[in-house]
Design a protein. Structure first.
Length: 232
């Protein structure tokens, strides 16, 4: 027996799973970041200084590093080749600050070295942004209309699949940026072996948020496909 508009009661199980994964990922990254934000780097470098050293160690000198509002709002923008760090990371001297800043510098290194996945990801940005905003409304409207309007559901699913593709291609980009960051921090002697262990924990927790996002998006796509097939 199915619920309203083809949403059977397994939908609640789906919601519990996806919400549980998302909440766990959020808790894990917050808890790990807070834990290592209390441990100061022995060399006393700030996140901004660590990012600069990672860049210079990879012969990159044209990437500006600035501050941005918010917590864990740090990011690299390939459009203007800039790194934006939250205040806590920019001026912080903790293991967490160094790890996050170095990770963003890792993205700049990817861009400078012509890393293919980051190029593909950047190409998908406008498509994914458009798809994330309009795909679900199209599916919902299509389900409300007579069956001859199923093409709206199909268009919505195609657009949402672009969002899923974006989430999937994001995974190697994030993993590789962390690997580049860790290699640079070790080779340049910025952190000790014990400190690198803490950075690995922070970056691993952050990476899990992307894994969780991709997993929940894939589940959503599978569910949309099942609803469309059942409707037809």
């Amino acid at each position: 027996m199915y619920g309203f508009y083809y949403y059977d009661y397994n939908y609640f199980l789906y919601m519990i799973i996806t919400m549980g994964i998302s909440m766990y990922a959020h808790f894990k990254v917050q808890n790990t970041f807070n834990k290592y934000s209390k441990i100061r780097c022995e060399r006393g470098l700030t996140g901004a200084e660590a990012a600069e050293r990672v860049l210079s160690g990879n012969d990159i000198s044209n990437v500006p590093i600035g501050q941005i509002r918010g917590k864990l709002s740090d990011h690299y923008d390939p459009r203007d080749n800039s790194i934006s760090l939250s205040k806590e990371v920019y001026s912080g001297t903790s293991i967490s600050s160094i790890g996050v800043a170095a990770h963003e510098a890792g993205h700049a290194v990817q861009n400078a070295k012509g890393y293919t996945p980051i190029k593909i990801r950047q190409t998908l940005v406008p498509i994914a942004q458009f798809g994330s905003g309009i795909s679900m409304p199209l599916v919902f409207i299509g389900l409300l209309l007579p069956v001859q309007y199923s093409f709206m559901v199909n268009i919505g699913i195609i657009l949402f699949s672009m969002v899923v593709l974006f989430e999937i291609i994001t995974l190697p980009v994030e993993f590789n940026a962390s690997r580049r960051a860790l290699n640079s921090l070790e080779q340049l002697g910025i952190l000790s072996h014990e400190e690198l262990y803490g950075v690995k924990k922070v970056l691993k927790a952050a990476a899990f948020t992307y894994v969780a996002a991709a997993f929940t998006s894939i589940l959503s796509l599978i569910r949309l496909l099942a609803i469309s097939r059942r409707r037809n």
